[in-house]
Design a protein around this ligand. Structure first.
Ligand SMILES: NC(=O)C1=CN([C@@H]2O[C@H](COP(=O)(O)OP(=O)(O)OC[C@H]3O[C@@H](n4cnc5c(N)ncnc54)[C@H](O)[C@@H]3O)[C@@H](O)[C@H]2O)C=CC1
Ligand SMILES: O=C(O)[C@@H]1CCC=N1
Length: 260
């Protein structure tokens, strides 16, 4: 049984831990304070370490699940040659090497909040110090909470925008559609459910089809019909450019995270 230690036990750590098979992994957490960690550990049916030093001594793989700005202080205070996994946005393998050592085994991972329902879309990359065996274990951890994409590190910022942050943008889109339903007289709860189901099935259609999404748009748009009126309105309001700008803002923010 592989011993995994999570430093930081907030939203993402809890989402990942919920998805993990407890018969394959022995899990310990160490959060900001022990009494809170104990509470979270008992809810998740894992154990709480008294402090980070105890967790680092026990774990075979250490997952850093704290906010990006907390990582430098943790890595400055605690030294270990055990493999570390970081899920922090904008913190590169080079940043993490600088905070540890040239020989440190480091895996960089970008999951998303859909880990909560074991449907995360996760990106992963390792440095040269990570053995195939360790990498296989880390991949098992993250495939148990959804799909895993091995990507080049240069694409991590883009991946963070497209998968890490995008659930927020998709929630905004769903809420905007559902609010329009309210404007036109439907109850909000029913509107939201109808839109969410439609978004989910439309995404499934894209995954099941070899067609380009624009071909699917054309399939819905009857000549002189309702859909094309909405498509033209979206374009008059710069829908595509607006979405691309939001993704670019996310990528740019990701690049600047460790610079300020
Ligand atoms: N929320 C999301 O959708 C995603 C977040 N991430 C990354 O995951 C990381 C964690 O994010 P969340 O779980 O959303 O944040 P969060 O704020 O829910 O969790 C962070 C936890 O770290 C704890 N903490 C603060 N200082 C600490 C310290 N010195 N030692 C131990 N614990 C400490 C906080 O008390 C908190 O419980 C971030 O680096 C973020 O970039 C990655 C993908 C998606
Ligand atoms: O907002 C953030 O910085 C994190 C990374 C991806 C999702 N949440």
């Amino acid at each position: 049984m592989t011993k995994i230690g999570f430093i930081g036990a907030g939203k993402m750590a809890q989402a990942i831990i919920k998805g993990l098979d407890k018969s394959k992994f022995s899990i310990q957490i160490s959060g900001y304070d022990f009494s809170e960690s104990e509470k979270v550990a008992s809810e998740l049916e894992v154990s709480a370490a008294k402090n980070h030093a105890e967790l680092i001594a026990t774990a075979e793989i250490i997952i850093l699940a704290v906010k990006p700005y907390v990582i430098p202080e943790i890595l400055a205070q605690y030294k270990s040659n055990k493999p570390i996994v970081s899920i922090a946005a904008g913190v590169t393998l080079a940043n993490l090497t600088e905070m540890t050592s040239q020989t440190q085994a480091i895996v960089r991972v970008m999951p998303n909040i859909n880990a909560t329902i074991q449907k995360a879309t996760t990106g992963i990359v390792r440095n040269n110090n990570v053995s195939d065996e360790t990498f296989a274990i880390v991949k098992t951890i993250f495939t148990s909470i959804g799909s895993l994409h091995e990507i080049a590190e240069k694409d991590f910022g883009t991946f963070t925008a497209l998968a890490g942050s995008s659930p927020a943008y998709i929630y905004m889109f769903i809420d905007a559609m559902s609010r329009a339903g309210v404007l036109h007289g439907m109850p909000k709860d029913a509107s939201t459910k109808i839109v969410a189901e439609t978004v989910m099935a439309s995404a499934e259609m894209i995954l099941a089809s070899d067609d380009n999404p624009w071909t699917l748009v054309d399939n819905v748009s009857s000549p002189g019909g309702t859909t094309v009126a909405g498509v033209v309105s979206l374009e008059q309001n710069n829908f595509v450019a607006t979405v691309i700008d939001a993704i670019t803002a996310t990528v740019d923010k990701n690049k600047s995270m460790m610079q300020s």
